[in-house]
Ligand binder design. Structure first.
Ligand code: ZN
Length: 134
């Protein structure tokens, strides 16, 4: 096993190796493979193979600069997606815990916690008081 490892290490010299994008491709390939078996879809199977081949191609590639750049682009993109997801989750939790009312006078949006019964709401903008059920 250590002999294999040594050979592999020698083989990998000057090659790019695994990274975040590679991991993503590998997981995508695994998931697509699972779904394709379940759905018996040949094109999902093909897509899985493409991800796997692409992952291997990148790992054994000697064009390290190019692969590094690809990974940078991927990480930026995944960061942006994670941000969008976080924002959605925050919005959802706000909807569950708070009620948004508009002031009848100035249309100012006011956030009120849910489940407190009838409450008097004070508008901080125009100082109007109005009663709503939270
Ligand atoms: Zn107001």
């Amino acid at each position: 096993m250590s002999q294999f490892r040594k050979h592999f290490m020698r083989f990998m010299v000057g090659r790019y190796g695994p990274d975040k994008l590679g991991q993503f491709l590998l997981w995508t390939a695994v998931v697509l493979m699972g779904v394709s078996i379940f759905a018996r879809s040949s094109w999902l199977n093909t897509a899985s193979s493409i991800c796997l081949i692409w992952c291997c191609f990148r790992m054994f590639s000697k064009n390290i600069g190019r692969r590094f750049e690809e990974n940078q682009r991927f990480e930026r993109l995944s960061f942006r997606f994670a941000e969008i997801f976080r924002k959605w989750r925050f919005k959802f939790s706000q909807i569950r815990e708070y009620h948004i009312y508009k002031c009848p006078q100035c249309r100012q949006k006011i956030r009120v916690p849910r489940g407190k019964g009838k409450i008097s709401i004070h508008c901080p903008k125009c100082n109007t008081d109005f009663i709503k059920k939270s």
